[in-house]
Design a protein around this ligand. Structure first.
Ligand code: ADP
Ligand code: MG
Length: 265
């Protein structure tokens, strides 16, 4: 799949307008109007026979560009399994997943790796920054994989760090930063390829309340700029920042409703 391979090199801005520009310059006509996520009767079963675990049992989910969705549910309800599918880290057992209108089932490992690099920005509970490596270099990593030229890498990493309020800490290493600051660096890293989707798995799970607010403020700001965000969480506080709440139980969606700013007046 070569679609989008050059988009990454045209240095789109880091805001939501970038995804429009990216879609407009890509080879897929109308990509910008397609849902970012289109899950159709997706199931995921681990193992087989007597010990099979049906972690996801038939999920339909449409997420349009610019949405801010919180996926919640008790431990074991299938959130991480769903996140792995959404992030193209795992493929559905049955059903279909269209990301930006592209069927992931038709992709080989290489194409999936490209999709993860170009179309999805990951934010993890444990930050997953490279230790002993300064913030700037951490943020450059997705662009290094994508072979973005060095100078442009630096410029885009600086812009992303500025966006998350970390411009004055670009040469700090992870162990010299608070949890909230580390997570903001991780958010900056998730943005540098102008992904269609920012996918965050319990992004505030390791943070104190002050750092949690810092990170949630950054996510609010990104969504305000038009970024599509899906956050997996079990914290009500986090859900209230989203505009739509999807609740899972026993591998299915049991609620899907507007919240916070998304509730119609
Ligand atoms: P959550 O993230 O909501 O806690 P998970 O998606 O991690 O839920 O798990 C859903 C169900 O699938 C659980 O019963 C869990 O034990 C099971 N499960 C998750 N990952 C695996 C795996 N790799 N192999 C077998 N069972 C798994
Ligand atoms: Mg989980």
């Amino acid at each position: 799949m070569s679609t989008g391979s050059d988009d990454a090199l045209v240095a789109p801005g880091l805001g939501g307008e970038a995804s429009t520009a990216q879609a407009a310059s890509s080879e897929e006509p109308g990509a910008g109007s397609r849902p970012v996520i289109d899950l159709r009767q997706v199931t995921k079963t681990y193992g087989s026979g007597d010990t099979a675990v049906r972690a996801v049992r038939g999920v339909d989910l449409l997420v349009e560009r610019g949405e801010y969705v919180a996926v919640m549910g008790a431990s074991g309800s299938g959130k991480s399994t769903l996140m792995n599918v959404l992030g193209c880290l795992d493929v559905p057992t049955t059903g279909q997943y269209l990301l930006d209108g592209l069927d992931v089932a038709e992709m080989d490992e290489h194409a999936l790796a490209l999709v993860r690099n170009r179309r999805i920005g990951f934010v993890f509970q444990a930050f997953n920054l490279i230790p002993r490596t300064e913030a700037l270099a951490n943020v450059e990593i997705p662009m290094a994989y994508a072979k973005v030229p060095r100078r442009e890498r630096r410029e885009r990493a600086m812009a992303a760090l500025e966006l998350v309020g970390m411009a004055d800490r670009v040469h700090h290493r992870p162990n010299e930063l608070s949890g909230g600051q580390q997570q903001r660096v991780a958010v900056a890293r998730s943005l540098v390829m102008s992904p269609s989707l920012v996918l965050a798995d319990e992004p505030t799970g390791n943070l104190d309340s002050e750092s949690t607010d810092e990170v949630l403020a950054v996510l609010d700001q990104l969504n305000g700029m038009g970024r599509t965000i899906v956050v997996i969480t079990h914290e009500d506080h986090v859900v209230r920042h989203a505009r739509r709440r999807v609740e899972m139980r026993d591998g299915v969606i049991v609620a899907d409703e507007p919240v916070g700013a998304g509730v119609p007046a």
